[in-house]
Design a protein around this ligand. Structure first.
Ligand code: NAD
Length: 358
């Protein structure tokens, strides 16, 4: 039986629209293959929204988001703001606000190595082979949302790191539930030797762990975790951590999969989820037609699995990516010295290959 769903597409800025085009085409193909009805709408966010309306998250976008079943997002950001931190209206405000408004408190980032890309990583293949980690990064608390202050003369500035018990508990529960469907291991990452917020984090995770006696739980300081991730990535199954530490660890982990252009993520809460590549708008390559669309395609795979329960369709998308890589095709960011130049594809050619395979 086919399903009927509404999907909001928010391409955003830079390479966002170039790659999201392919995430959307994959979703259209899933609908066609499975006899589903997906209705698509588009909306603005980020720099393009500021240019059009003066607001990085127009009300219209938020309304459309609230009435959708899932959101496929690209990326936001523009060089203008990166080079001028004094600009008051900024693209990332749109992203932070929509996460808060939709209650998207958990960011899931699966990091898995495609065998074909083992040599594209800066980590040795024998250390990497078989690594399969699912990160749970808390998304609506921590220093990013704590009180921000600065002296009038700018001689000091501060961001408050704050976590409430309920915030830790709800994401910890999701992480433990996910571990039950995997290798039943959770590593909770914090800085409990120094930070009060981390001591609370650890205490709450210890409580939640009691409800999951089959799960082996370990606690690791962020500095050690950053090191272990490169030294022995296979030791991890589910990694649970806060907003700031998770931001840094997951970018580090992108090297496990070879490139930022390969990593997808899902931001979920109680209802509508937000599916997006982990990369940004990459202005250095925007408009050149060379961005890797696979992270957006893999975001679409997460969307159909988590939001619509179409696990088979999701697996088929991942297999299609794998097969195209096995045939030797690469985008520039994942090509290496062994790649035949004739197999290095641009965004659209790579997107076509995966859609064709599916
Ligand atoms: P970035 O992720 O945009 O790019 C980092 C590097 O990875 C660049 O060299 C880029 O060319 C490369 N890269 C990223 N995605 C790629 C892809 N699909 N294919 C091939 N190469 C890819 O991060 P940045 O350069 O630090 O930031 C650029 C802009 O993006 C900034 O304005 C930043 O604020 C914004 N940003 C947005 C998000 C988001 O929307 N979720 C996340 C991070 C950064």
């Amino acid at each position: 039986m086919g399903i009927n769903k509404r999907i909001l597409v928010i391409p955003g800025d830079g390479i966002g629209s170039e790659v999201t085009k392919w995430g959307k085409k994959i979703l259209e193909k899933v609908a066609e293959n499975g006899g589903h009805q997906f209705q698509f709408e588009e909306a603005l966010m980020g720099h393009v929204a500021i240019e059009a309306t003066g607001n990085p998250l127009p009300d219209e976008t938020l309304d459309k988001a609230r009435s959708s079943d899932a959101i496929l997002f690209g990326a936001i950001g523009h060089a203008k703001y990166d080079n001028d931190p004094t600009l008051k209206v900024r693209p990332e405000q749109g992203l932070l606000k929509i996460r808060k408004e939709l209650g998207l408190f958990a960011n899931l980032r699966p990091v898995k190595v495609f065998d074909e890309l083992l040599s594209a990583s800066s980590i040795k293949p024998e250390i990497l082979s078989g690594a399969d980690i699912l990160f749970f990064r808390e998304l609506t608390g921590d220093v990013y949302f704590g009180e921000k202050r600065k002296a009038e003369d700018e001689s000091w500035a501060s961001d408050l790191m704050i976590y409430h018990q309920y915030e830790v508990e709800r994401i910890a529960r999701k992480a433990f539930q996910a571990a039950m469907t995997r290798k039943k291991k959770v590593c909770s990452v914090d800085k409990a030797n120094v930070l009060e917020a981390s001591r609370l984090w650890r205490k709450v995770v210890q409580e939640v762990a009691k409800d999951f006696p089959e799960v082996a739980t370990e606690y690791m300081f962020i500095d050690n975790a950053a090191m272990q991730l490169i030294k022995d990535p296979r030791r991890f199954d589910v990694v649970l951590t806060g907003n700031l530490f998770g931001d840094i660890l997951t970018d580090e982990a992108s090297q496990i999969s070879g490139s930022m252009g390969m990593l997808a993520s899902a931001s979920v809460g109680d209802r509508i989820g937000f599916y997006e590549p982990i990369h940004g708008s990459a202005h250095d390559i925007a408009g050149k037609g060379i961005a890797n669309p696979l992270a957006s395609i893999l975001s679409a795979a997460l969307l159909v699995d988590i939001a619509f329960g179409l696990k088979d369709a999701s697996d088929r998308i991942i297999k299609s990516v794998d097969k195209v890589l096995k045939q030797g095709y690469r985008t520039m960011d994942i090509a290496d010295k062994h790649t035949d130049n004739r197999f290095v594809l641009g965004t659209d050619a790579m997107g076509e290959k995966v859609v064709g395979m599916l």
